[in-house]
Ligand binder design. Structure first.
Ligand code: FE2
Ligand code: FE2
Length: 273
């Protein structure tokens, strides 16, 4: 059972005057990536072929991700009635492919796959928390709160399964750290950048990863506050098996916060150029 339904959102409370124009294009791009959850479930079902418990959980997870896309897409169409969610997603799906024919995890092990999933859910739960706190538009606030709560449960789900596989596969700390860092670095790959393109740029304009990454990340990073990074760092630490609270986690959160500010300025410069 899903924890909330799209019909439960108070859509009639939508207030166009409070829809921050900086947020609308971010919501459009996020809707694409979320809606693509079904493809990721196909991949997970192949990687965990002999684990029916996990496969059931993955299918349920994907249904929730799709609902995230549908809710964000519906909100974006309220904010911008000229925008077509279905058409934008069709474009995204035609141009962005996950490794659906993989028979094993692209992360080298099932533990690695689940650590990578934990990184994604850490990112999304922090992101939607930041958006929920930043927006004054009541419908988007409600949607982002609902989504952030789902993403945190998803983190917990993948974390619990990861612990189960870790006991069996026994992957060392360094390798776990490498997998986690690698997945975080991929936030500047095509998945998000291409979603920005399909959600916000006309078909006649050629896709360019550097430009689209700067456009998406530069805007998205503006909504984070230190507390979001601090909490996210605790989740990353927990995922790789380090103490989520303590000096090392603290120092890393401060470092990540500084890096985020620096990246944000760089993206802004790149966009201006
Ligand atoms: Fe999601
Ligand atoms: Fe999620």
């Amino acid at each position: 059972m899903k924890h909330w339904r799209i019909e439960d959102v108070a859509w009639d409370r939508f207030d166009p005057a409070r829809a921050d124009p900086d947020l609308v294009p971010l919501v459009k791009a996020a809707a694409m990536v979320e809606r693509n959850g079904t493809d990721y479930a196909i991949y997970l079902n192949r990687v965990f072929a002999d684990d029916p418990d996990f496969r059931r959980a993955a299918d349920m997870w994907a249904a929730e991700e799709v609902q995230h896309g549908d809710a964000l897409g519906r909100w974006a169409m309220l904010a911008d009635p000229a925008w077509d969610y279905t058409a934008a997603f069709a474009r995204y799906k035609a141009g962005f492919r996950l490794p659906l024919d993989a028979l094993a995890s692209v992360r080298g092990s099932r533990t690695g796959e689940l650590i990578a999933r934990c990184m994604v859910e850490t990112g999304t739960s922090s992101y939607y928390t930041a958006l929920a706190e930043a927006t004054q538009e009541p419908v988007l606030k409600q949607i982002c709160k609902n989504i952030a709560a789902d993403e945190f449960r998803h983190f917990k789900l993948f974390y619990d399964h990861m612990r189960r596989y870790l006991a069996r596969e026994n992957i060392g700390l360094l390798r776990r750290l490498r997998i986690a860092a690698g997945r975080i670095g991929e936030s500047e790959d095509d998945e998000l950048a291409y979603a920005w393109h399909c959600g916000n740029e006309p078909e006649a304009q050629a896709y360019e990863r550097t430009r689209c990454t700067a456009a998406y990340m530069g805007r998205a990073m503006a909504f984070y506050r230190f507390r979001h990074i601090e909490r996210g760092m605790g989740m990353i630490f927990k995922s790789v098996g380090l103490a989520p609270r303590g000096r090392l986690s603290d120092l890393s959160a401060r470092g990540a916060w500084r890096l985020l500010q620096w990246r944000r300025r760089r993206f802004a410069q790149r966009l201006a150029a």
